[in-house]
Design a protein around this ligand. Structure first.
Ligand code: FMN
Length: 225
């Protein structure tokens, strides 16, 4: 394993939404998870569990998720809650506009947009989908933060193996289907989904470089000279 510097990885990490079909070796995924589970967690409770899916079960999951979407099945209310407003909503819209522009999908191209949503549901056709979940009897305030730390660490660790990732909450639309296929026990709470694979750099949406507010906009300083 050869890895870039930590700062290089943090700067160059980006969401990858187009992948090569090449399979990802299991030993690379094991190493990535070993690195990710070094993440801190409150009281070292380590409330995270992972289910890694590829091949036939992933193909079945993707196919049936699309069928559920086409049948208008109700989706997990935790996916894309309608709580954004103001600058938060503006930023979400901006990223959506940029992606559709890169893909050449016009505003009124409803079928193009729908196909993009189906692709997101299918882990962007990545060869690997990872579900990060927890014991549903634990409080969300305890688990969400820790599972978030693990998720980012997983994305950074994947870069050491030349792999790209996209945290893809749209892949969590149908938790019962996910539980059926992966055997994740009932009563678990699915918190994150991550697509993993080798980036297809020719895929237009992978050219997106999302922006960040500057440091001054997000930081206040106290007690500095
Ligand atoms: C909790 C979470 C959920 C996300 N879900 C999706 C998703 O469903 N579909 C998608 O295209 N990107 C998703 N993303 C990726 C974000 O859109 C992306 O991180 C953001 O636009 C910043 O871009 P970057 O990751 O390329 O830096 C998600 C990211 C996070 C942290």
């Amino acid at each position: 394993m050869e890895c870039m510097s930590l700062s290089e990885a943090m700067i160059s990490r980006k969401s990858i939404r187009g992948f090569l079909p090449d399979p990802v070796p299991q030993d690379a995924l094991e190493r990535i998870i070993e690195l990710a589970i070094q993440s801190p967690s409150a009281s070292n409770a380590q409330p995270w569990l992972l289910a890694v899916v590829t091949g036939k079960p992933l193909a079945e999951l993707n196919r049936r998720a699309v069928e559920l979407r086409e049948a208008g099945a109700p989706i997990n209310p935790d996916v894309a809650p309608a709580d954004l407003f103001g600058d938060y909503l503006r930023r979400r819209r901006e990223v959506g506009i940029q992606i559709f522009k890169l893909l050449g999908i016009e505003r009124d191209d409803m079928e193009g947009r729908e196909e993009w949503n189906r692709k997101a549901l299918r882990f962007f056709d990545a060869p690997v989908g990872v579900f990060i979940y927890t014991d549903g009897t634990l409080e969300r305030s305890r688990t969400d933060f820790d599972l978030g730390l693990l998720t980012e660490a997983l994305c950074l660790a994947a870069m050491c193996f030349g792999l790209g990732t996209c945290i893809d909450q749209q892949a969590l639309c149908y938790p019962e289907l996910i539980q059926e296929i992966t055997g994740i026990p009932e009563g678990s709470r699915l918190t994150a989904a991550v697509a993993i694979g080798y980036p297809d750099w020719s895929f237009p949406a992978n050219k997106l470089d999302s922006t960040r507010e500057p440091l001054e906009a997000v930081t206040s300083w106290h007690g500095f000279a």
